[in-house]
Write a protein that binds this ligand. Structure first.
Ligand code: SF4
Length: 460
């Protein structure tokens, strides 16, 4: 069987031109990069999680679906402050249900996100463009702190550099590529200009570019601080001022160097000022699949893009207080539910040690370090391959996908379905708990009113 226009569920590019052929139960995919092919191979991989698991006697053992959902609901409903960590490798529809569970439980809901880029955007505002615009109009591409040839392999071939666009008919020959990176990456080697700045000097370099843009000369010490000479800065600025349509694509190299979200803010301010000379846009290369989706869904549901705290019954947002690493470091959560993410691999050791101490539920498709410390593992359905839904591409364009296979499980059709089933059980547990507390409260009131009567009778 042959399927075409399948959406790849691996990185933020969400390539929607994948072709899949299934022959003798073997899967072959075309138009897919090395990163993507490994995900398609997971469908038939012997590593795939095929049943719900519960830890007892220190080992994860298979159990019934209904039973494991009951226990998971019990853990979450009885926790005082649960953490729901929703990863990017699932659909926006699943994100929505996860957020609703978080609101219902009064939990904190967070995601795998490059928070600094989101916070920088909130500070300065983003002049953005879709990848289609870049393909058709873009004649200058600046990669700042990112190496898409390795982190998002098809970005350059589909949109950024090589394709022939409406106004860029000669493809690569109609485009100038600048890479700003302290390392000599593959992207830097394929560029026309590699600005090899010193590590952690991004803020200073952008400040110097702004100074030059204001027709002033920066202090000569900037050359030593950034490792970039003023003539090179002037060349770079000239290219940006004289292009027809330029794009600066930033990555974690910029947002995680010294300055963090202030680097993103100043980069966005530079783009605003460059627009007095030419059309320049800025975008973020987001390597995780639907990471932009969580920001979109959380923002339209509750007004905040990540790190949402519902403990007071309404959403609150304060990165550094209600974000995963801070909550785990302060031991502020007493249970966790990790959805489609390998959280353990991405947090500092002290946070990982605390995560291993508290009751942990994990939803995933294959075993990973997080599943190994989980008390409950729910098997995941692979979005875009086994169920339909929506991803947001890294340029914030929603892509609806349809599956070419059915869910491999009888008990669930998608991760959204799993979360909906769990939500129903949580609601039932909470109602039972409230009813129990209400009846216990009534009994106490009856008891105390009876004792008051007898006391007053005694006093007469
Ligand atoms: S670039 Fe990303 S979305 Fe496209 S095929 Fe490769 S891994 Fe999949």
């Amino acid at each position: 069987m042959f399927f075409k226009n399948i959406v790849c569920p691996v990185c933020g590019a969400a390539c929607d031109d994948i072709q899949v052929e299934i022959k003798d139960e073997k899967i072959e995919a075309k138009n897919v990069c090395k990163m993507g092919i490994s995900r398609f191979k997971e469908i038939t991989s012997p590593r795939r999680l095929k049943q719900p698991l519960l830890k007892f006697g220190g080992k994860l053992r298979p159990v019934s679906w209904d039973g494991v959902l009951e226990i998971a609901a019990d853990i979450l409903a009885s926790a005082k402050r649960p953490l729901i960590f929703i990863g990017s490798e699932t659909s926006c529809e699943a994100h929505e249900v996860g957020l609703m569970i978080g609101e219902y439980l009064g939990a904190t809901v967070d995601t795998i996100v490059n928070g600094a880029t989101v916070m920088g955007t909130q500070e300065a505002g983003k002049i953005g463009a879709t990848e289609g615009q870049k393909k058709n109009r873009g004649d200058l591409m600046v990669y700042w702190g990112t190496n898409p040839l390795e982190s998002m392999p098809r970005q350059m071939s589909r949109y950024g550099v090589f394709p022939r666009g409406y106004w860029t008919k000669r493809g690569r020959f109609d485009r100038t590529i600048i890479t700003v990176d302290p390392r000599k990456t593959l992207t830097a080697k394929a560029s026309d200009l590699h600005v090899q700045l010193n590590p952690d000097s991004d803020y200073e370099l952008i400040s110097a570019l702004l100074t030059l843009l204001h027709r002033k000369t920066p202090h000569h010490s900037i050359e030593k601080i950034t490792g970039v000479s003023i003539p090179v800065m002037e060349d770079m600025l000239d290219m940006m001022k004289n292009c027809n349509f330029g794009t600066i694509s930033v990555g974690v190299g910029l947002s995680s160097s010294l300055g963090k979200y202030r680097n993103i803010e100043i980069a966005m301010n530079l783009v605003k000022e460059l627009n007095n000379y030419s059309k320049i846009t800025i975008g973020v290369i987001r390597s995780h699949c639907n990471v932009a989706g969580f920001n979109q869904v959380a923002s339209y549901m509750y007004g905040y893009p990540f790190g949402l705290d519902f403990t007071r019954g309404h959403p609150r947002y304060n990165p550094g207080e209600f974000t995963t690493v801070d909550l785990l470091r302060e031991k502020d959560v007493d249970a966790a539910f990790v959805i489609c993410a390998d959280l353990l691999s991405q947090i500092p050791p002290d946070c990982a040690a605390y995560l291993a101490e508290i009751p942990l539920i994990c939803l995933d498709t294959v075993p990973c370090p997080t599943t190994s410390i989980s008390d409950i593992v729910l098997p995941g359905v692979i979005d875009s391959i086994e169920c339909d839904g929506t991803f947001y591409r890294f340029d914030d364009v929603p892509i609806y996908f349809e599956p070419f296979l059915d869910s491999p499980f009888k008990f669930t059709q998608s991760n959204e379905d799993t979360l909906k089933q769990l939500f129903e059980k949580i609601k039932a547990k909470k109602i039972n708990l409230m009813f129990y507390l209400y009846s216990a409260d009534l009994k106490i009131q009856n008891f105390s009113s009876r004792s008051q009567i007898s006391n007053s009778q005694l006093s007469f």
